[in-house]
Design a protein around this ligand. Structure first.
Ligand code: MBD
Ligand code: FE
Length: 278
């Protein structure tokens, strides 16, 4: 007969880190003389975070920065930052040049995002997939704030770069994002007197065979929340970008646009996977 398997005996890493986490938590309770009332308040808060579907939101806002720091310590190439709670896998596959899926009445200025994905020595990397996602002009993410049935994969796509490693994507400028005031995460921030804003940003996961996956974001310069992102430590200076405004009437007519548009060029650098000795 086969012995019954249990997760605990099969997963020493789980036992080890759980014991350590508990130890840290017990010390925290002792050092801060956490009262029974505070404990009950915390438990009720966590229950509400679960009920309102904000587990990923609150964890990513307060904790993911440190996970990213550990995961990418010493890494070369473009600097990483957190994935956040609003990534959706399997977005439409597109080939550069392309336009992200959007509603017929999508608001906000057009943004042409372009650049080249490169290896550390600058060689372009054809064969790369750039998985892009972003909020709309009002800071809303499809599948979360915009129902999937209304606009599936709105402003999301997996873009294949061209044979020169280049991507050329037509999209819209994202707006800043505010954590909803109605939920427990927003209530916690309000109770601490903190604002709940993230500066306008674009998210990307970049993948190519032989290279480490890169998850990062670029942040729009001149955003009022750039210096005080509610996600402390997510904004890094090398990730701040300056979209260029274009409003020449002849140029607009040529592009079939009636409003000024923006361009943004940013190259990404991937780090090769180091083959491990057998
Ligand atoms: C976001 O848009 C985001 O990117 C993160 C990390 C947290 C909350 C909202
Ligand atoms: Fe985001």
């Amino acid at each position: 007969m086969k012995a019954a398997k249990t997760v605990t005996t099969e997963d020493p890493r789980l036992s080890e880190v759980f014991d350590k986490l508990l130890g840290t938590l017990r010390n925290f309770i002792r050092e801060n003389r956490i009262t029974h009332e505070e404990y009950r308040r915390a438990v009720a808060f966590l229950a509400e975070v679960g009920q309102k579907g904000e587990v990923s939101l609150i964890c990513d806002v307060f904790v993911e920065v440190t996970v990213d720091e550990v995961a990418n310590n010493g890494r070369g190439g473009t600097i990483t930052t957190i994935e956040g709670p609003f990534y959706v896998p399997n977005a439409p596959a597109m080939k550069s040049p392309c336009e992200l899926p959007h509603r017929p009445d999508e608001k906000g200025p057009v943004l042409f995002l372009s650049g080249v994905v490169r290896s550390p020595n600058g060689d372009p990397l054809p064969g790369t997939i750039l998985d892009l996602w972003q909020s709309d002009q009002q800071g809303r993410y499809s599948h979360f704030d915009i129902p999937e049935a209304v606009a599936p994969y709105n402003l999301r796509a997996r873009v294949a770069v061209d044979h020169n490693g280049k991507f050329d994507v037509k999209t819209r400028l994202p707006g800043p994002y505010e954590i909803p005031k109605a939920g427990p995460t927003g209530a916690l921030l309000a109770a601490m007197g903190r604002h709940a804003w993230r500066p306008a940003h674009l998210h990307m996961k970049i993948g190519r065979q032989g290279y480490r996956n890169l998850t990062t974001q670029v942040f729009m310069n001149n955003d009022p929340w750039l210096e005080s992102d509610v996600v402390e430590g997510a904004v890094k200076s090398a990730l701040i970008v300056d979209p260029v405004k274009h409003d020449d009437p002849d140029d607009l007519r040529q592009k079939n646009l009636t409003e000024p548009y923006y361009t943004l060029t940013y190259d990404f650098f991937l780090e090769p996977v180091i083959a491990k000795a057998a």
